[in-house]
Design a protein around this ligand. Structure first.
Ligand SMILES: Nc1ncnc2c1ncn2[C@@H]1O[C@H](COP(=O)(O)OP(=O)(O)O)[C@@H](O)[C@H]1O
Ligand SMILES: [Mg+2]
Length: 311
């Protein structure tokens, strides 16, 4: 089943680019990953088959593996458990199954915890112009896509609209606090190290990734900081096929390359100005994108996605 958006009889906390977030009760939320896809910060009109299920199942897969590394927000992705908690959602069973995560409710820290093991995207742009990343000096002679000798923690603010903005560590400290910054950096490094090693064994480079953390309860206490949102998915990370890795140029990405290439073509042909609304996507582009998401799921988890009723 393809899903563009949900309208559940619950208080909607947020409709993000991809997820619809509802309050279930004072302590829990449900995150519904729709099949929406965004590229260049614009949400496409066409949903991508299986994408929502893939994002939720992949996040669940990582969170189970990360249990010894970090506390997290996942309570369940089992639709029966969710419906037991919220019987009035029974008529949405088909829509919600496998794409919905019941989560502990937190106050999310207002920073994206980005960590980069390779230099790409906005970090490459900044470093090629000024030799810095979020104001910090980088070693000279870096080429695009080069591996960094040590991963760099480069937080960003969460923009309501458009691009997130890279910020310095001291800016993050003034936004969320010093102790908090240190703890979020520590956890981000630990999650990334685990993700990098796991994906590496499967022929995938995690060039960078973006994590979000939340706090349970009032007042800072490191034991109540937990990992929230999506984790190490193609939407939150840059995944590169290791066998095609060649620094000195941009790398083909696993997931949205067909989509980005198509949109670039439309832009160059003068048919799209790069802003909302996106141009309509041909069937082949939608299907190729869906295939990419399925492929990355398979490669990471070493098993095909159970597409269930999602066919
Ligand atoms: N456990 C949680 N408690 C509260 N909010 C959460 C939790 N997990 C994720 N969120 C929030 O849910 C939203 C997920 O929607 P998403 O589509 O990813 O949004 P965005 O367009 O901002 O990336 C984010 O704003 C995220 O901060
Ligand atoms: Mg998000």
């Amino acid at each position: 089943m393809l899903l563009e958006r949900t309208d559940l009889p619950l208080h909607l906390l947020r409709r993000g680019k991809v997820r619809d977030v509802y309050e279930l009760d004072a302590d829990s939320v449900i995150l519904v990953a729709t099949d929406r896809v965004s590229a260049f910060d614009v949400v496409m009109r066409e949903p991508i088959p299986h994408k929502g299920v893939i994002l939720t199942q992949l996040t669940a897969w990582w969170l189970r593996r990360l249990e010894s590394v970090v506390r997290h927000h996942m309570l369940s992705t089992d639709i029966e458990v969710i419906l037991e908690r919220a019987p009035y959602l029974a008529r949405f069973r088909e829509i919600l199954a496998r794409r919905t995560m019941l989560c502990r409710r937190t106050t999310v820290f207002p920073v994206e915890c980005v960590i980069r093991g390779y230099i790409s995207g906005s970090a490459w742009k900044e470093s090629s112009v000024s030799g810095t990343l979020a104001g910090e000096r980088l070693p000279p002679g870096l080429r695009e896509s080069d591996r960094l000798s040590e991963p760099i923690f480069s937080p960003a603010t969460k923009a309501e609209e458009g691009h997130d903005e890279n910020i310095s560590i001291s800016r993050m400290q003034s936004l969320v606090g010093e102790e908090e910054t240190a703890e979020l950096e520590r956890l981000t490094r630990a999650v990334y190290a685990h993700g990098l090693a796991t994906a590496h064994d499967r022929g995938i480079i995690v060039a960078d990734t973006k994590l979000e953390f939340g706090l349970i309860g009032e007042g800072f206490d490191p034991s109540r900081v937990i990992l929230v949102d999506e984790v190490l998915t193609p939407d939150s990370s840059r995944f590169w096929p290791a066998d095609k890795f060649e620094p000195g140029r941009p790398q083909p990405s696993f997931d949205k390359q067909p989509l980005r290439d198509y949109l670039d073509g439309e832009r160059k042909a003068g048919r799209w100005n790069g802003e909302d609304p996106a141009p309509p996507l041909p069937r082949e582009v939608v299907d190729a994108t869906s295939e990419r998401y399925l492929d990355i799921y398979r490669r990471l988890t070493l098993s095909p996605l159970d597409t269930g009723a999602d066919k």
